[in-house]
Design a protein around this ligand. Sequence first.
Ligand SMILES: Nc1nc2c(ncn2[C@@H]2O[C@H](COP(=O)(O)OP(=O)(O)OP(=O)(O)O)[C@@H](O)[C@H]2O)c(=O)[nH]1
Ligand SMILES: [Mg+2]
Length: 206
Amino acid sequence: MKIIIINGFPGSGKTTTIKEMAKSFADKGKKVVIIFTEEGRVSYNDIKNTNIITKEVLNACVPCSLRFNLESTLKNATRESNPDFVIIELLSTASSSQIKASLEPMNIPDMSFAPVVNIVDPKTFITDISKLPKFAIDRIKEADIICLNKTESAKDENIRNVKDFLRNANPDSTILGISAHKPDEEFRSFTDQLLNNDGRMRDMKS
Ligand SMILES: Nc1nc2c(ncn2[C@@H]2O[C@H](COP(=O)(O)OP(=O)(O)OP(=O)(O)O)[C@@H](O)[C@H]2O)c(=O)[nH]1
Ligand SMILES: [Mg+2]
C-alpha cells in the first residue's frame, strides 16, 4: 500500500488532480482510498468508480486531532478495503513531513510513501518571498515533487517565473507542469513518478 500526500494552497487544484490520479490508478485495476481533511471547492461526491473510496477526516484544523483522526481513518480504511493506494489531500497549513512522521510508525504491513507532492497554481502564486506566509515556504521546502497546475491556461512567462522561484526555494525538488483539466503526457509522467518512486527524488530534477 502506497501513501501519496498532496498539499498545496486552497484552490490550487488538489482535488481535481487527485480525482484524475485516482481514476488513472483505478483504470489499471488498483484499489484507491482518498482521504480528505476538508470539503473544498471541488467535491469528491460525484466519484462513481467502485475501485475508489473516499473518507473525510473530521477536526482536521487542530494539528493533534488531525494526526490522531488521520491515523484511525487510515487504519480503518486499510482494514476495510486493503487499498493499493491511499491519497491524502491535506490542508495547506498542515505539515506533510509531520504527517508522514506520525504515520510511519503505524506498522501497517507493506506501507510505503510516494514522493510528497505540493500543487501550485502559477496564476495566483506570489513570487515575492516577503509576502508569502512562512507556512507556504515550509510546504514548498518539504515537497519532493512540486506540480505547477493549470498550465493549459497560464502564460509561459508566468510559469517560468514561478518555476525559478520554486527551484530557488527547493533546489532538490522535481518541478513539473501539469493540467488537471487537460491531463496529457505530462500528467501521465507525474502519476508514473508517483507509482515508481519512493521518498525523495534528488536525481530527477526537471
Ligand atoms: N484552468 C484550470 N482550472 C483548474 C485546473 N485544476 C483545477 N482547476 C480549477 O481550480 C479550482 C479549484 O480546484 P480544486 O480541485 O477544488 O482545488 P483544491 O486545491 O482542492 O481547493 P480546496 O480544496 O478548496 O483548497 C476549481 O474551480 C477547478 O475547476 C486546471 O488544470 N486548469
Ligand atoms: Mg480540495
